[in-house]
Design a protein around this ligand. Sequence first.
Ligand SMILES: [Zn+2]
Length: 78
Amino acid sequence: MDLKKARRWYENLLFPFCGCLALLMITQLMLFGYLAVVVAVAMCVIDFKFWRCPKCGRHLGRVKKRMYCHACGQELDT
Ligand SMILES: [Zn+2]
């Protein structure tokens, strides 16, 4: 998975995560809480496994619109 795809997946999972939390608060059904946890785990996996510099392999941090690797200076196609 390239950086563009990883960022897109991460951002696309944000809405279902917030939606599950909202449904949990409205309906108080724990099913939505479990779904929110599953989505959050998927977001963490994408972040830690795929949000890395293609040159040096270091994690790129919390900012998802980064243009350069903070460790090696590699230009990033995000
Ligand atoms: Zn790097």
